[in-house]
Unconditional design. Structure first.
Length: 251
């Protein structure tokens, strides 16, 4: 794990409650570790209990604080339970990171409608619902919201119509929400990473029949570092959009 910050004084996110979805792997996991290193108590949200427990143990072994919140964000009843638990346990949320999703490729004629429905539920409905439920808790500080989007949320490409449409929709929600809550002091950031060395990207390269060389891609820790820098920026400013891509173009 890279050392992203050298904190010599009070940790910049000390006493913050940070809820991170998609925390079981990839970018979400890296962000959760980074925020814990900066002093936040992290609430780890994903479907895989064992992966979340492993991550929580890693955070605690380094002296951090972590809560496991095993949740499927496509199920409304589970999200209601999550929100109620956070409200009861902490009474507020200082940082909300919305990360995680699924990705399918296929042209308009070939891509099954079932895949469109799944991507809608996982990539759009889930983060939308979480933000909506936790917004009252974010207003109490006020807090910050990070939408981890994708470069596909900036432009479409062949075979990417379904996935890109969901990411464009997520971008629209983030932009609209920012206009709604900025006056209350809530900051809203969208991050648009290009191809990043994650398990999902490894599966994509396999599907494309191309060798997977993760060392040529962005690393999850790179995205985590950028998110953290934006979060600890003084409240006189706001970063609204971060576009990232790997330095070496291997695809």
């Amino acid at each position: 794990m890279k050392v992203l910050f050298q904190v010599t004084t009070r940790q910049p996110l000390a006493d913050n409650i940070a809820l991170v979805t998609g925390a079981s792997s990839g970018i979400g996991r890296a962000i959760a570790l980074c925020l814990a290193d900066l002093g936040a108590e992290v609430c780890l949200v994903a479907r895989r209990q064992s992966a979340l427990e492993e991550l929580a143990d890693e955070v605690r072994a380094k002296g951090g604080r972590a809560e496991v919140c095993c949740t499927d964000w496509t199920r409304e009843e589970e999200l209601e339970t999550l929100a109620a638990g956070i409200r009861r346990r902490f009474g507020r949320v200082d940082v909300l990171v919305l990360c995680g999703g699924v990705m399918f490729h296929g042209g308009l004629e070939q891509a099954p409608l079932e895949q469109l429905e799944m991507q809608y539920r996982v990539n759009f409905w889930g983060p939308y619902a979480v933000a909506r439920l936790l917004l009252p808790l974010l207003r109490r500080q006020p807090g910050q919201i990070v939408f981890v989007n994708s470069s596909a949320g900036l432009r479409g490409g062949a075979g990417m119509g379904q996935y890109s449409a969901m990411q464009h929709a997520l971008r629209a929600v983030a932009d609209s929400l920012r206009e709604e809550v900025n006056a209350e002091g809530i900051r809203v950031l969208s991050v648009y990473p290009g191809r990043t060395a994650t398990p999902r990207m490894a599966a994509l390269f396999e599907k494309e029949g191309r060798p997977y060389r993760p060392e040529l891609l962005m690393q999850p820790e790179d995205v985590a570092a950028m998110v953290a820098h934006a979060l600890i920026l003084p409240r006189t400013a706001e970063v609204t959009d971060i576009r990232m891509r790997s330095l070496q173009k291997s695809y």
